[in-house]
Design a protein around this ligand. Sequence first.
Ligand SMILES: *[C@@H]1O[C@H](CO)[C@@H](O)[C@H](O)[C@H]1NC(C)=O
Length: 409
Amino acid sequence: MAALKLLLAFFFVSLLTLVNSAATTMDQTQEETLTTSINQFSTQFYKETAALKPGENLIMSPLSAEIVLALLSLGAGGNTLTELNTALYLPNSEFTKSAFKPAIAKLNSVEGVTLNIANKVFVKDGEMFALAPEFKKNAIDIFSSDIQNVDFSASKQAAATINTWVEKKTNDKIKDLISADSLDGMTRLVLVNAIYFKGNWEKKFKKDVTRKQDFFLNSNDKVQVDMMYQSSKFPYADLPEWNAQALEMKYEKSDMSMIIILPNEVEGLKSLEEKLATANLKQDVFDKLHTVEVQVSLPKFKIETEINLTKVLPKLGMKLIFDQANANLKGLLQNDEQLYVSEAIQKAFIEVNEEGAEAAAATAFQINALGGTRYGKRSFRADHPFYFILAYKKDCRVIFVGAWRGFVE
Ligand SMILES: *[C@@H]1O[C@H](CO)[C@@H](O)[C@H](O)[C@H]1NC(C)=O
């Protein structure tokens, strides 16, 4: 009886906390469905982007792209909408409308670290180009989007307006997202998402322990990197099915973590990436972590990646949004011009050092009109290419993914 009461009391308290923290009632199943969608999309997004940039260090935020695509989907119809929902693993627009608002609110209120997610719709000025009322309402209510009128035909000034907003929202980490050349008199809208993250490790590395050490690019070549080192208790797992190890490094006072997956073999990243493409991160990695003493060697690194999404998204099944004649984006503007996505770009950045990590990403869509072992001391020596994830650990939601291959730009 006492146990039951305790359980009930706990249930009530956690319910209250949830309601208070996100200021929205949250449906647990809906939240889980969205998390699964985001992680499935992340895996495919990483796979196709990595295929376009073989051998490069990579950082990307599938979540940033997903948020803009979800917003765009609320202005799409017909087969264009079906393609978007299928590729994003989203059931339908009703789900999108009810799931994204609490999810973004929750991430924006993660404690201990800085995590900011912002959206903005830039729309051509002039009454003729007013946003469709329903789309405008959804952009503001669901995606907390700001709306600003811009004269895109003054392309230099318009690009500067958009890029300044992105810089401000990413602590100057993402610059020149939009090029003035891509904007012109036919540009109607630019939808932008910006994500900024900064967190300190719960267990920091000591600066004076960092040493120049070898990092093996492959079986033949090596470079010197600044290798950080510490021996502490960390959640860790051997992943024999993947021939790899996993290490979780938590951020101070928060539920955010970086999870690093290190192949056992120097040239093992490629086959690991293939396994990750069909993986369930929660079951296959997160649930297997157990806290043990680990001797961690991890290079300091910094990565900047630019992704041309017009090349990646069609590979994920999103073709119609780019189809000048057949895209159905009729729900964006009040007028009935034929609209299509003319450019889509993401830039992302990450820096990892002794203190913690700082990461940022911004995605813009430009829309034009036509015209293992649990115990014992383990060693985790990241001295060869590895894969990493930055996630909201509580529900395993992926915010950034990347790979460090040692090449210094
Ligand atoms: C992206 O790729 C498309 C198609 O190959 C190309 O036309 C466009 O110029 C590229 N955009 C950027 C910003 O590089």
